[in-house]
Write a protein that binds this ligand. Structure first.
Ligand code: ADP
Length: 262
């Protein structure tokens, strides 16, 4: 099912979680970015269109401003993301320029999706960039998104962006193969759920555990995001992005994941 979904999709939106972007040392994992950019470039050369939703501003910020690591108040957290966003885009730009692709930064908030004029502008910008072969890299605009108006997790941001762009497929890359019946980090005997058709049933049948380190939404938001995307006919794949050449492995049927489809 996964190889067919990737083969049939022309417009693919890929979300990368913070835990996948960060290496074991808590800093940006540059070799991961290089690997993903290389694979995205290959897909684009095959005629596919790619939009990326990238978390990791905080991770990137901490790599630069490690003296702020213990500062927990919201203004410092936002300032940290503002510093880190530049580092994050620099890292993506470096990764893609090796393949002669330009990137573009799009920072969005929840309010942007609730306003008809703004959504129209966002849509037009996305279409123009993609038509010109540029890879839009979307993230939440942390400077203006205080807790009350935050989308809060990039899984939902990715689903909303997929709907806005009328994507054919949403891929959520995390640090696990997919949804398990219980948290595989706590229970080694956890079993991977390879296909989800019924969200209510899945929510009832699995035990959702903690996220780790930089994770924000966890499995609950991935289920909600996939359900939202599917309500607009967009299937979702949740897979482990930390595996080498994960996109190609999924496309070739050599890597497992969870597929959410009707
Ligand atoms: P990301 O940063 O990629 O968005 P999160 O850290 O928010 O990812 O969520 C993924 C984490 O959720 C996994 O690392 C895993 O430890 C945890 N988790 C908890 N319960 C489950 C479950 N039932 N199936 C899979 N993962 C689970």
């Amino acid at each position: 099912m996964i190889p067919k979904l990737i083969k049939d999709a022309r417009k693919i939106i890929i979300k990368i979680g913070s835990n996948t972007l960060a290496g074991k040392d808590g800093k940006i994992n540059f070799s991961f970015l290089d690997d993903l950019a290389e694979q995205a470039a290959e897909l684009m050369k095959q005629g596919k269109q790619i939009v990326i939703v990238s978390s990791g501003a905080q991770v990137a910020g901490l790599s630069t401003m490690d003296k702020w690591a213990r500062k927990k108040d919201i203004h410092y957290r936002q300032a940290l993301c503002a510093v880190g966003q530049v580092q994050l885009m620099k890292a993506w730009r470096r990764a893609f320029e090796k393949h002669d692709f330009f990137i573009a930064q799009i920072l969005l908030t929840r309010e942007d999706f609730n306003d008809t004029n703004r959504t129209l502008n966002m849509r037009n910008t996305l279409f123009t960039l993609v038509d010109e072969g540029i890879i839009p890299i979307i993230n939440e605009n942390d400077t203006v998104s205080v807790e009350e108006i935050k989308i809060g997790d990039n899984d939902t941001l990715a689903a909303r962006s997929a709907i806005l762009w009328s994507a054919d497929l949403l891929i959520l890359f995390s640090d696990i193969d997919g949804i398990y019946n219980k948290n595989p980090k706590e229970f080694p005997d956890a079993v991977l759920v390879e296909e989800v058709h019924n969200f209510e049933e899945t929510r009832k049948n699995i035990i959702i555990g903690e996220t780790n380190n930089f994770g924000t939404g966890g499995i609950a938001t991935k289920l909600d995001a996939a359900e939202l995307a599917l309500s607009y006919g967009i299937p979702t794949i949740l897979a482990d992005g930390s595996k080498p050449r994960c996109l190609q492995a999924l496309a070739a049927g050599n890597q497992k994941g969870t597929v959410f489809l009707a």
